[in-house]
Ligand binder design. Sequence first.
Ligand code: EPU
Length: 421
Amino acid sequence: MAKYVINGGRRLEGTVTISGGKNAAVAILPAALLVSGKCRVENVPDISDVRTLLDILADLGAEITYEEPSTVILDCTNVQSTHPNPELVRKMRASYYLMGALLSRFHEASVALPGGCNFAARPIDQHIKGFRALGAKVQQTEDYVHLKPGPNGLKGGRVSLDVVSVGATVNIMLAACLLPGRTIIENAAKEPHIVDLANFLNTMGAHISGAGTDTVKITGVEKLEGGTYAIIPDQIEAGTYLAAVAATGGNVLVQNVIPKHMECVTSKLEEMGVTCIHYDDSIRVMSDGRLSATNVKTRPYPGFPTDMQAQICVCMSIAKGVSNLTENVYETRFFGYCTELAMMGADILISGKTAIISGREKLTGAVVRAHDLRAGAALVIAGLVAEGATVIKNISFVERGYEHLAEKMTSLGASIQRIED
Ligand code: EPU
């Protein structure tokens, strides 16, 4: 297990380049299973979740070649297996996208239930509801999902999601692509990675409209052809750097971003006293490190992302006044990091789905542990702000989703070392 050792108290200055989006990549790479021919995917982040997913695809029979620095060429033409390696599947969350992709291409799949960050109950009932609406017979056991055609065969259908779910929207889009007829997903998620997946699939020949609205329509096609596609930048990685500069103070150009995707985060940072200047594909963030309290409620996109909850909580922990942070997507998400932040001096009271955070003048270095990806990122920000040394254990969680975090932070002037324990 590796750890970070951070000596806090330094301002961040310079330029940081944001990598391709994790949650877009983990949807787009399995989507290559639907394509006959080669997909050249650019801006693929070098993170452990992506490496695991590529290992799963290679194990299924995909031919994968890498082009430096972040381009992957996938050819899934010769894949025949519908049973991805369960050990690998259990290493990450988004491996559940193999269900939709394999169902669409082979009309059957047996996929282990996924693992990944475990900060809340993460049911997949809406994915299964979607597969059933497309005519699948779904058998779920304690640790597996088996999919095959039901008595009337597989074809397009209509599904209205009971909750806005990124994963269910992606999985139903994947499953519907190669099925005959029209599929309509109502109450669909609108996150940028949903639009990115639709753009990837349409580039390969799919017929998807409405992605980015709450109704996504898919008209099945017989075949998808190969092509080239570049993944969008990661808005949560970008938000993490913005929050880090807000908290430490500094002046950083965050480049390779889509500023529109960042508005929900930058508007909150601006309320806290941070300056964010939006350019075409970058944002300059300037902060003197003196922040004011604010209130945040997480919501599905275009609301404030739950994946930025922990990072903004660190900013609130050093902001003047009392902030309320309400989590509306995963109510138990505070428990992954608030105890650790308290060990660093943060004053956080959790009441139901709201954390009440009384800002402190400073945080103090401590030995803490990452319990999930975003919790780990928040602890990095806390370590950068804190007086003294912070040791963050279990950083494999962070490495699931942040490309070269220590190197990027170091290039901005942070003192952060990655040490193999
Ligand atoms: N939900 C259900 N049933 C379902 C699916 C979801 O009740 O079948 C509920 C969940 O319990 C949750 C809400 O619906 O309360 C939203 O969950 P969603 O399905 O949108 O989450 P997800 O697809 O499992 C993705 C991201 C998460 C991110 C959430 C919310 C990927 C691979 N993961 O998860 O990202 O927090 O959407 O935006 O795209 C992260 O990057 O750190 C991360 C956890």
